[in-house]
Design a protein around this ligand. Structure first.
Ligand SMILES: Cc1cc2nc3c(=O)[nH]c(=O)nc-3n(C[C@H](O)[C@H](O)[C@H](O)COP(=O)(O)OP(=O)(O)OC[C@H]3O[C@@H](n4cnc5c(N)ncnc54)[C@H](O)[C@@H]3O)c2cc1C
Length: 446
């Protein structure tokens, strides 16, 4: 079997010794670690050049305000160093056949044009690259070269050449003393046999530009919550200095708009995304915490606040009582721009008083809901899985078997099943690992 421009390599593994985890966010990493710790081999396939998922982009985590990188970085290293885990980053599953105990999986390894076993991650090639493009890890607010790592803890610590933007000038090749760069490397397809599969492909953020009336993409001082996370992150594009995009000034007044692409049947997203109330409050608190001298007024506009988890209600109360965050209950009608100072005018109804409000903010942050990840329908088709009415993977018996799918030997964890916070995603990762290990053990020779 050959494919034009691609090399096919068939790897021989005993299928019942090995599990496949698809998706290297925090839930997939946890599943991989827990399967590997039981002595089984794991192949972890991640679409982007690094594992870590969305958690790697976050600044702090609610409700404890722990530093996200401080929790995630040790896990990234543990995965990278684990003798039973093989990382296939910048890779995608092309096809899956077979049944529990003996799945045949074909993985496309995209050519990163850098030899993983030679690259030391020194970055000597970077200053020589003449091409600069927006860094997707920083949500396009910062820049990277065509030879790049998205963030300092990129795992594996190996550079990637972005073939779309590389002009093949060869400067990086000449600068690399270890001869780790080969611009002629091509994609390769690898076939592996595995006994069990965990799907952990996470989620996409709702595209807030779909709400034209909120001005995202039209007004510079309307941003989304993940952009805000990068703006306040010390390793982010502004080195953690909160500023608005029109003039680089610290915003004195910030408005957060909740449920943008959540609980809204008119946009085909009738469900609650479960994490937005808490990450909205977290970011409101962080704005005050980081810039308490300058940020005078922070307002959260929401339908209501859903603080259902452990410590969440206390966190909500702290935001109101200690940080003076103002909560307005009611959907925002529209926002407009004050052309003189580029401030954002928010018009909303306060449903507790029945009054219409008009407030001016120097920065507005839209808090988007969570959608199923791109390509989930293809993954589901490859595996014979069903999607639920919201487009996430369907679970037959959520009360008794919350990480089992309708296909024996295939398990799920994290947001691919529906919106979840980090602790719930990690717990589901461990649960899916246990279920996958039981399948490997049962299907193996005992
Ligand atoms: C702005 C914001 C702030 C948040 N703050 C918090 C917080 O403070 N505390 C908290 O608990 N939660 C928070 N969350 C929620 C948190 O991001 C999720 O709980 C967590 O990221 C879920 O992890 P996951 O592994 O399920 O998914 P993801 O993080 O989405 O990881 C999925 C991984 O799978 C990869 N992938 C996707 N498709 C494929 C494919 N076909 N093949 C291979 N790989 C694939 C992706 O590239 C990604 O690396 C926040 C969310 C947002 C949007």
């Amino acid at each position: 079997m050959t494919v034009a421009g691609e090399k096919i390599v068939v790897e021989d593994r005993k299928s019942t010794d090995t599990a496949l985890v698809i998706g290297g966010g925090v839930s997939g990493m946890q599943a991989a670690l827990d399967i590997a710790d039981q002595g089984y081999s794991v192949v972890l396939v991640e679409r982007t050049p690094s594992i870590g998922g969305v958690m790697a982009m976050l600044d702090k985590t609610f409700p404890t305000l722990d530093c996200s990188a401080c929790i995630l970085t040790p896990k990234l290293s543990e995965v990278a160093r684990h003798p039973n885990i093989e990382l296939m980053t910048y890779s995608e599953v092309k096809s899956i056949t077979g049944t529990a105990g003996n799945f045949r999986v074909s993985v496309l390894r995209k050519a990163r044009k850098v030899l993983e076993d030679k690259c030391s991650g020194c970055g000597d090639c970077v200053p020589h690259c003449p091409i600069e493009v927006r860094n997707e890890f920083d949500q396009g607010l910062g820049y990277r070269k065509a030879v790049y790592i998205g963030f300092p803890q990129n795992t594996p610590l190996v550079y990637t050449i972005d073939s779309e933007n590389c002009i093949k000038c060869g400067m990086c090749v000449k600068s690399c003393e270890r001869e780790a760069i080969d611009l002629d490397l091509e994609d390769e397809e690898i076939e592996i046999s595995v006994g069990a599969i965990v799907v952990a492909t996470g989620y996409e953020l709702y595209n807030v530009a779909n709400y034209r009336r909120f001005g995202y993409g039209r007004f510079k001082n309307v941003i989304n919550a993940l952009e805000f996370e990068r703006l306040i992150n010390a390793a982010g594009p502004t080195a953690g200095n909160l500023m608005r995009l029109s003039d680089g000034k610290i915003p004195k007044s910030i408005g957060f708009i909740q449920c943008v692409g959540a609980r809204d049947a008119t946009k085909d997203v009738p469900y609650c995304s479960r994490v937005c109330c808490m990450y909205g409050i977290k970011n409101a608190v962080m704005a005050k915490e980081l810039q308490h001298e300058n940020v005078k007024k922070v307002t959260i506009y929401s339908i209501d606040i859903r603080a259902f988890g452990k410590g969440f209600e206390e966190f909500y109360n702290m935001a109101k009582d200690r940080f003076g965050i103002k909560f307005i209950r009611g959907r925002v009608g529209e926002v407009s721009e004050n052309s003189r100072n580029k401030n954002i005018i928010v018009r909303a109804e306060d449903t507790t008083t029945g009054k219409f409000l008009e407030q001016e903010h120097e920065l507005v942050v839209l808090c988007p809901g969570i959608l199923p990840p791109k390509g989930l329908r293809d993954t589901a088709n490859q595996l014979g899985l069903q999607l639920d009415s919201d487009g996430f993977i369907h679970v037959e018996q959520p009360a008794s078997n919350p990480v089992d799918t309708a296909v024996s030997g295939v398990y799920i964890c994290g947001c691919v099943e529906g919106p979840k916070d980090i602790p719930d995603s990690v717990a589901a990762g461990s649960a899916a690992a246990m279920r996958a290990s039981i399948t490997l053990w049962r299907e193996g020779e005992h």
